[in-house]
Write a protein that binds this ligand. Structure first.
Ligand SMILES: Cc1cc2nc3c(=O)[nH]c(=O)nc-3n(C[C@H](O)[C@H](O)[C@H](O)COP(=O)(O)OP(=O)(O)OC[C@H]3O[C@@H](n4cnc5c(N)ncnc54)[C@H](O)[C@@H]3O)c2cc1C
Length: 526
């Protein structure tokens, strides 16, 4: 398996659960590509109804419903509000028809949508501008933590026997069917019976040969984080962007609100994608029209993130908004499989299709065939919880420590809370108004594979996205813990800080503030 975004993680988990020996090779950190840069919605995609992509919407709603059940602490159902203003592409009547179809595609298992008059829409969401408001619909979808979902899926693959090697890029592929040769960057070659390339926006002819050329159209999207007090919304809000097919989402995120996204053709290395100041201003200006009372000034922006969508190309350059969000499974001349496109929401179904194809390639009559490797099982991911362990009971959520930890750690928060209760310094919040606790740092380093400062502060405890100091207040202490853990030298602490500074600047267009030292110590639990 090449690539540990949500797609690679999903394939690795499904294959490992079926009894295959799986190795995952990831060039950077788990989920560090597009899978930590999405709008964080697990959704059917109301927008795709307009493109008449009913198959995709049906599949995405089905997957949403199954993820709410199988990853309850990571995928939270919410009532979304989609507005219609005068001049919008989709007016009140079409909106009601469209959402009626959305209800039908969920086989009426979700709460039906409700249409709100302008007056009722404003009563439910006072931040909305009343000028030209024609009404709104409330409908069910879900929000997630994209990185945590990816990490949890990969962790379950590990529990099922997969081996995961991060910071381990694949340079080239050779060999032939059932005897592939995987050449690592600065490393040995590995042989494998089957190879799946899930390298998201990095997918090219380098690993897939001619079939990988011009497979993708890349599209960039940015998001901004603001304080909830500046943009106080009660529901995830959805606005129709004029003169485009795009929707703008404004999503409550604890003491923060984030908004996005854009959809612009992208060229270059996806690792260098950046939310430029101009793009940030443009997004704020667009949002002001619908929420004039919100504090949407550039200097109120807490942070930003940017990502590149690996969309299946239609072969014509230009507008990426119109491109389908469906996935495509391809096979190279040497029998290497490549999986591109799709959505975070549909990763499980995509993985099932890929692993079915692997089975068909290397053991066509499995699991009962004489040549099938012993112990292969059928796909289990449609019914197996993503995170093992007894789900938290409602009464456990009343504990403030659990309340902070559970949305990221689910059942594991019991153990983390117990450790924090025994060591009050580990119970401390890293930033007063954010739910991240000191005990999670040690957990990130010892149990979640964090190797670098950005692995901790951009993804596992995303202060880079939510803290006005971008994590600078704890960066040196965490860098010290990371370097101590790997037995490095004090010089590596400064290297870590510099690497983090560069990555934050690259993605957010912001400078990491200088923070007075020494700050309070954070220690590993021994
Ligand atoms: C702005 C934006 C908003 C989005 N919003 C949503 C949303 O709300 N809901 C939704 O369902 N979907 C959303 N998506 C889509 C979703 O995020 C992507 O479809 C999904 O994350 C793609 O995952 P992936 O695993 O295919 O790619 P990635 O996450 O990019 O993973 C590819 C991995 O391959 C690794 N890699 C690359 N080359 C090599 C190599 N040579 N060797 C080893 N490893 C390599 C990379 O480091 C990377 O980790 C959004 C996307 C964007 C950009």
């Amino acid at each position: 398996m090449i690539g540990a975004g949500i797609t690679g993680a999903g394939v690795a988990r499904d294959a490992a659960l079926r009894g295959m020996r799986v190795l995952v090779l990831e060039a950077d950190d788990v989920g560090s590509g597009t899978s930590c840069r999405s709008s964080r919605l697990v959704h059917g995609g109301v927008r795709y109804l307009e493109q008449a992509d009913f198959g995709l919407v049906f599949e995405a709603i089905r997957e949403r419903q199954s993820l709410v059940r199988l990853a309850p602490h990571l995928v939270t159902p919410q009532r979304f509000m989609l507005t219609t203003y005068r001049g919008d592409r989709v007016g009140a009547t079409r909106l009601r028809l469209g959402l009626g179809l959305y209800d039908a595609l969920s086989l009426w298992r979700a709460r039906p949508h409700a249409f709100l008059s302008p007056k009722r829409a404003r009563a439910a969401e006072p931040i909305l501008s009343s000028t030209d408001l024609r009404g709104a619909v409330l409908y069910d979808d879900a929000v997630t933590d994209d990185f945590r979902l990816t990490l949890s899926v990969l962790n379950d693959a590990r529990l099922a026997g997969a081996t995961v090697a991060t910071h381990c890029a694949v340079a080239s592929l050779g060999g032939q069917r059932e005897a592939h040769r995987i050449q690592l960057d600065n490393g040995p070659a590995i042989t494998a019976r089957a190879v799946v390339v899930a390298t998201g926006p990095w997918t090219s002819e380098r690993l897939l040969g001619p079939v990988g050329a011009r497979l993708l159209s890349l599209s960039k999207g940015i998001h901004l984080t603001l304080r909830a007090s500046d943009v106080p919304v009660r529901h995830p809000l959805v606005f129709q962007v004029p003169r485009s097919r795009r929707l703008l989402f404004v999503v409550p995120w604890g003491t923060r609100t984030y908004l996005g996204t854009s959809d612009d053709p992208f060229t270059g290395d996806p690792r260098d994608v950046c939310a430029t100041p101009d793009e940030q201003s443009e997004l704020l200006a667009a949002a002001r029209r619908w929420m004039p009372a919100a504090n949407l000034e550039l200097d109120r922006v807490v942070s930003a993130w940017a990502g590149v969508r690996p969309l299946v190309s239609a072969g014509i350059p230009g507008n990426t908004e119109e491109l389908s969000r469906s996935h495509r499974l391809v096979e190279s001349e040497r029998g290497v499989l490549g999986i591109v496109g799709g959505k975070l929401t549909t990763y499980r179904a995509m993985a099932e299709e890929v692993v079915d194809k692997v089975v068909a390639m290397i053991a066509p009559n499995a699991p009962n065939a004489p040549n099938a490797p012993s112990g292969w099982r059928a796909c289990e991911t449609a019914s197996r919880p993503v995170v093992a362990g007894e789900p938290l009971r409602p009464d456990e959520w009343s504990d403030p420590l659990i309340r902070d930890l559970a949305p990221r750690h689910g059942p594991t928060s019991r153990d983390l809370a117990a450790r924090a209760r025994a060591r009050p310094d580990l119970a401390a919040r890293l930033v007063d108004d954010l739910p991240y606790r000191a005990v999670e740092i040690e957990h990130a380093i010892t149990s979640e594979g964090a190797e670098h400062l950005d692995d901790v502060l951009r993804r596992r405890l995303p202060l880079a996205l939510a803290d006005p100091l971008l994590g600078a207040g704890v960066a040196r202490q965490i860098a010290t813990m990371l370097v101590d853990h790997r037995g490095g030298t004090s010089r590596e602490i400064d290297d870590e800080l510099e690497r983090y500074r560069v990555r934050v600047r690259q993605e957010t267009s912001r400078e990491l503030p200088a923070v007075a030292e020494p700050a309070p110590p954070l220690a590993m639990c021994r």
